[in-house]
Design a protein around this ligand. Structure first.
Ligand code: ZN
Length: 645
């Protein structure tokens, strides 16, 4: 361990600029420094370092942190390794601390617990194979379930006798301390006398990743046992449930080789899959996956396949927290075993190769699977549906590692297809969640008091709901496009002597053009500023005292799309920027908006026609229909391409 004094010395010398500069090129821009982000691929720099605040932040991918977190992320150092690197750089002599008495004590307890667990495992295995009770009850049960002796031995399964205190007596006779035995969970006090905790149960030792026994799962086998199906070791110095995956020690080589980790619910599933020759499998013990467990998986592979039985209550628990897997960069697939089968019974009934075939054929993408379920739940309820859009956008926004950029694009495309919504709209919403995270991280760094943070969170949440709703409603999406044109290009020339703002405010927009009141507010504000010669731009709005309006503007403005390398291969000309093409963008936005409105009027007219009561009424409506249709055709021609959806 590095002493506090050394850490203090290192921290006092850290110059974030110097550290980051040794990995990437930075250029001064105002008070900050700017460079190409090392964490995602980009052509225009959005990676910003603030020497004053001693932080960095990327406006493209949302990564942020300080000098130490930069080293940890960029160089894959642990915290201590990062400190050592810095110490070497700044010639700070590293002072190692002596282990404190508390730590020493804890290490001794850990060591003792491992020794006790080892003793216990040998005791239980011996009972299973070498006593009448073990053979008649325990071993015969395991054999009925199809486990062969070789696999029982490999997993070191055992049996705790039915008697009150067989194990406790053996352990105490071998001089193990009662206090530690209780800590291990193997022995409890009943009526103030030591008693076995796992009486009459099959014992599954739980090995940590280096093969030491950290604890046990004890499974009941009698129908009249009123206790839970499994009793597990209580949390102690060596058994930390959130960090343990059952079977990882036996699976790690196979996981490495297959580059895939299978996750099942139960201990017996793991054992029977092993017996069938499928060894890249672990169990979470039925709880939702924790960040530590996901990190453990990630040590061996990026591919996690979750196998649960179809109507398992566990499936929802397992899905919970899986957004974390995305942040860790794991590819998660899901397989549901149909009917009342679990992996264990499926294997027993149909055999290993059928099982493997089934898994291979039925892997579902976890994100799309979740989307599917949520969409079915939502039905026709539009507010529920917009919640689904938000949810999926937030989930996708968490795929945020540089190497996963194309994966994120792919999810946006496929989700937009499933939801039948506009892809670029979903893209914008995902970007917004990324931005919100950036804002949140910054808030955390500058430690603004909790109250205003909570308020902002509440506000942005509502705002997101609005956005998802807009996404479901293409008219509104288009209205936003119009406002975007005004904000971004308003001051540019439309025709000689006439700006885009003149055109939009005077010739295009009237009260009926924009349905959304909040968008209308922005236009009204813009108009007031514009007419007072204040030359408003999007920036004027971003710092507007009305935070709600500022946030809405922020959500309307899009991050620039990444230009694909393909462009350069296919076109000689430089990539046209939105600056070059603003006239086309304004033109098509205006026409498309007009077209949508006409379509809507046609719809209303048709409904009226169906309910028309007199021939005169009918005739008028038919004439209106003809007129509207003509307008539609004309508009469509103007746009040049037929956009009929
Ligand atoms: Zn970045």
């Amino acid at each position: 361990m590095i002493s506090a004094a050394t850490i203090q010395q290192i921290l006092s010398r850290i110059d974030i600029l110097e550290i980051i500069s040794s990995f990437i090129r930075l250029k001064k821009r105002g008070a900050n420094y700017l460079g190409l982000c090392p964490f995602h691929s980009e052509k225009t720099p959005s990676f910003t370092v603030s020497p004053a605040k001693e932080i960095y932040k990327c406006f493209g991918c949302g990564r942020s942190g300080n000098a130490i977190s930069f080293l940890m992320e960029h160089e894959k150092y642990s915290y201590v390794e990062a400190l050592r690197w810095l110490a070497a750089k700044y010639n700070v002599e590293v002072e190692e601390t002596e282990v404190s008495p508390e730590v020493k004590q804890q290490q001794q307890v850990s060591e003792s617990l491992y020794i006790i667990n080892n003793f216990a495992q040998k005791f239980f295995t011996d009972v299973l194979f070498n006593t009448d009770e073990g053979q008649d009850i325990g071993l015969s049960y395991l054999k009925r379930r199809g486990f062969r002796e070789e696999i029982i031995t490999r997993f070191q399964l055992g049996f705790n006798p039915e008697a009150r205190d067989s194990f406790a007596n053996a352990a105490l006779a071998s001089q193990y301390q009662l206090e530690l035995l209780q800590k291990s969970g193997l022995v409890v006090l009943r009526e103030e006398r030591p008693a076995d905790n796992y009486r009459g149960r099959i014992i599954f030792p739980v090995h940590n990743q280096s093969g030491k026994i950290a604890g046990f799962g004890a499974r009941h086998i009698k129908n009249n046992d009123k206790g839970p199906k499994y009793i597990n070791t209580p949390e102690n110095e060596i058994y930390v449930k959130s960090k343990i995956l059952y079977g990882v020690y036996f699976a790690r080589m196979a996981i490495d080789k297959a580059d895939e980790c299978l996750l099942v619910e139960g201990y017996t599933d793991v054992v029977s899959l092993h017996q069938a020759g499928i060894e890249n499998v672990v169990a979470s013990g039925g709880t939702s996956l924790t960040p530590d467990q996901l990190r453990l998986v990630k040590k061996y592979t990026n591919n996690l396949t979750i196998i649960y039985d179809g109507d398992s209550a566990g499936i929802k628990a397992a899905l919970r927290g899986l957004d974390l897997a995305l942040e860790e960069g794991l590819n998660v697939k899901l397989v549901l075993i149909p009917g009342n089968e679990d992996p264990d019974s499926y294997l027993n009934n149909k055999g290993a190769s059928a099982f493997i075939n089934f898994i291979t054929a039925n892997k579902k993408d976890f994100i799309l699977f979740q989307l599917d379920i949520a969409l079915k739940d939502a039905g026709d309820d539009s507010s529920k549906k917009s919640a689904v859009v938000n949810q999926i956008a937030e989930t996708i926004s968490k795929i945020n590692k540089a190497e996963d950029f194309t994966r994120q694009q792919d999810y946006i495309r496929r989700s937009a297809e499933i939801l039948k919504i506009d892809e670029s709209g979903l893209h914008a919403l995902v970007n917004k969640f990324i931005r919100e995270k950036v804002v949140k991280d910054e808030k955390r760094i500058t430690a603004i008091d909790d109250k205003s943070y909570e308020e902002e969170k509440k506000y942005t949440q509502e705002n997101f709901d609005d956005d998802a709703y807009s996404l479901l409603n293409r008219d509104e999406l288009n209205e936003r496009g119009l406002v975007r044109c005004l904000l971004e290009f308003g001051l540019k020339e439309w025709q000689p002597g006439k700006t885009v703002a003149d055109y939009l405010l005077n010739d295009v927009i009237d009260e009926d053009t924009i349905d959304d009141k909040k968008l209308l507010d922005i236009i009204t504000t813009y108009k007031a500023w514009y007419e007072a010669n204040l030359e408003p731009t999007e920036k004027t709005f971003l710092y507007h005292e009305n935070q709600e309006m500022a946030m809405l503007v922020m959500s309307i403005l899009e991050f620039p799309y990444e230009v694909s390398d393909g462009w350069k291969e296919h076109f000689e000309t430089p990539v046209p920027t939105r600056e070059d093409t603003y006239r086309e963008e304004v033109f098509s936005t205006v026409n498309y908006l007009g077209l949508r409105k006409i379509k809507r009027l046609i719809g209303i007219n048709q409904t009226d026609l169906e309910h028309a009561k007199t021939p005169e009424e009918q005739l008028t409506l038919l004439q209106t229909h003809k007129l509207l249709k003509d307008m539609e055709i004309e508009k469509t021609k103007k746009i040049g391409t037929v956009i009929l959806k």
